[in-house]
Design a protein around this ligand. Sequence first.
Ligand SMILES: [Zn+2]
Length: 193
Amino acid sequence: MNYCADCYCAFDGDVCPVCGTDRVRKVNDGDFCFLTERDSIESDICDGALRANGIQCVTMPGLSGIEMSFAVPAFRRRLYVPFGQLMQAINVLKEAERLESEKTKSRLTENADKLKINDRLLKKIKHVFALKSDEEVRSYCLGVINKATRIEEDGMISGCPYGGHYIFCHAPEAVLTLNSVTFEILSIRAEKK
Ligand SMILES: [Zn+2]
């Protein structure tokens, strides 16, 4: 495998897949490789999980321009680990994410009675998902949360006076977005079959 020291990237082949340079060299176990980019809360969780597993981890401020357009950009961080620990790091992160998903799911289901949906979104959900009553919409949304296989918390909601983050619940049939503090449902969209 080769390595591009500009992009912190290990790859097969002679050209860096990120920047396209052919000024590459053989990768060493100690070469730091880009692992992931997260908002500051998630990057602290990842960083802690990696260190707990004896993996060296370096963080740097995230690059501007690639953040989600609706989130506050300044608080993102990029995580790097040595190439020799990259595969282990990916697995540690997967496991940490699974645990975080489970924790967030419990928090959401425990607060099921606090879920809020504004009238406009309620109307839209009824229409898009062919649901008849407000109750059906609520139970559909709860179903998506319960069936979520992945739950991420990422990005400050700009304009939320309570400092809420976006929570994304990825279920096989739909992705539901809500506010981590107010439990207001912000959007739901059907997954493409
Ligand atoms: Zn490169």
